[in-house]
Each structure stands twice: as C-alpha cells, then as structure tokens.
Design a protein around this ligand. Structure first.
Ligand code: ADP
Ligand code: ASP
Ligand code: MG
Length: 239
C-alpha cells in the first residue's frame, strides 16, 4: 500500500464547514486504497492572533514561550479534523508534532527538523487509521515544544513524506497551483504545470508564500514529489 501525505493550510480549515470538507477529501483518498497521513495548519488567522495576543503581554516574549503558545493553534486543528473524520465513521488518530516523531533542534520559533521518527505513525497506519499530524511544530530531544517558522506546516508535510517514502506530498491551499507570480497581486500570472525544485526554491526564498523554502529544500534533498493544488477544486495543480 502506498502512503500519501496531504497538507491543508489555514484557509482550508478556517471554519467548521471547511474542516468537514477536508475530512471528506481525506476519506476519499483513503477509500482509493492509500494509507493517508494528513498535516494541518492552525485555523484561519489563528497564528497571527496568537502573536498579537502575546504582544499585548510582552514586547519581546521569550521564544520558548512563543512556541508553547503558537503550537496550540495546530493542536486545535488536529483535534477538530479528527472529530470530523470520526463523524464519517473512519478510524482516525490525531498526533502532535512530538507524538508524530518530529524531532527538532532548540532554535525556538525557527527550529530545524533533525530527524523524523516514524514508528508511531507507521503503527497507527498499520492499524488501519488515518493519521493526522500537527503541522509547524516539533519537540527537542528534551521534549521542549518548538515551531518551524511561519509557513512551517509545509515542511512538516514534506519531511514526513520523505521519512515515510510517500508516493506524493499534496499541498492543499487557497490557490490552484504555483503561478509565475503571486496571482493575487499579478492577475496576468500563469499557472505552471510543473516547476523544478531549484526554481521553486528561488521563488519561495524571494517571499512566495505558497511553499516554505525549507519544505522545498527537504523535497529536493529526498526527491519528494510535491503537488501544490487547491482545496476548493478538483483541478490538477502544480508538480
Ligand atoms: P496556506 O495557508 O494554505 O499555507 P499560504 O497563504 O501560506 O497558504 O500560501 C498561499 C498563498 O501564496 C496564495 O494565497 C498566494 O497569494 C500566495 N502566493 C505568493 N506567490 C505565489 C505564487 N507564485 N504562486 C501561487 N501562490 C502564490
Ligand atoms: N500556522 C503556522 C503559520 O501561520 C504554520 C503554517 O500555516 O504553515 O505560519
Ligand atoms: Mg503557508
């Protein structure tokens, strides 16, 4: 059985209706016969709101405590998505980054993944479950919670796909692929059918939000097929 990793960004899980739609899409993939690992971001603008909340307490909050705070956003998403999939009658388990084996260094707020321990995820897949892993977060070898930098759920997904030797890592977002420029800013931008890791890395490093640069680097390093596509349509996106 092949493993697919599906990542859903914040706008894809912004409200209960969208979470239910994501649950259906995940179940469809499972019904096609694949083992499915899902990575989710925090709901809508939750991360921005948590940052603003911290700023009301402290102008320079300790980075360790920022990670403790920010990681709560993704924990809300994994639980709600697991409930939605449970409602559809499918076995499912939600895991935090730490439970999902995402081990990082201790560079709080922009930690680097050192290693992915896939034991727990593999065990849950073998038991027939859909596995949901919180994006953007990990733990240090000392069990301190870390986050991977803004947009870090992309990197969680690609790193998991690499470690699990997944057939594909699907990045579901609010645009239907990678364009020659940000389609919200440049209306004449063209959608690309495919793009090399090198060109994608350049675009991401110049600030294209659509993939975190680190996710592209990990993808290139382990040759992970990454498919950026819309969570609101069935259209093929950009490979
Ligand atoms: P998610 O919450 O799903 O991770 P992001 O907001 O992080 O989504 O990234 C998607 C956004 O990236 C799009 O809404 C789009 O405005 C922006 N973007 C910037 N450059 C590009 C590009 N070249 N192609 C596609 N989207 C781009
Ligand atoms: N929720 C985090 C952020 O807003 C991670 C992500 O969305 O990928 O940056
Ligand atoms: Mg993003």
């Amino acid at each position: 059985m092949a493993i697919v990793v599906q990542k859903f960004g914040g706008s894809s899980v912004a409200n209960p209706e969208r979470i239910k739609a994501v649950a259906k899409r995940v179940v469809e993939a499972k019904d096609r016969g694949d083992d499915v690992v899902v990575v989710v971001s925090a709901l809508g603008d939750t991360t921005d709101e948590l940052i603003a909340l911290a700023r009301q307490i402290s102008e320079r909050p300790p980075k360790r405590e920022m990670d403790m705070l920010l990681a709560t956003g993704e924990q809300v998403s994994i639980a709600l998505l697991a409930m939605a999939i449970h409602e559809l009658g499918r076995p499912v388990v939600s895991l935090t980054g730490g439970q999902g084996g995402i081990i990082t260094d201790a560079t709080h707020t922009k930690a680097k993944i050192l290693h992915v321990n896939t034991d727990r995820v593999r065990r849950e897949l073998a038991a027939g479950k859909i596995v949901i892993v919180a994006g953007f977060q990990g733990v240090t070898p000392d069990y301190d919670i870390t986050t991977l930098g803004r947009g870090g759920s992309d990197t969680t997904a690609v790193a998991l796909a690499a470690a699990l030797k997944a057939r594909e890592c699907e990045i579901y977002t609010d645009v239907d692929g990678v364009y020659t420029a940000d389609p919200r800013v440049v209306p004449s931008a063209r959608k690309l059918a495919d793009i090399s890791y090198g060109e994608m890395l350049e675009m991401a490093s110049l600030g294209a939000l659509v993939l975190q640069p680190r996710a592209v680097e990990v993808g290139a390093m382990y040759n992970v097929p990454i498919h950026v596509r819309s969570s609101f349509s069935r259209e093929t996106g950009t490979l």
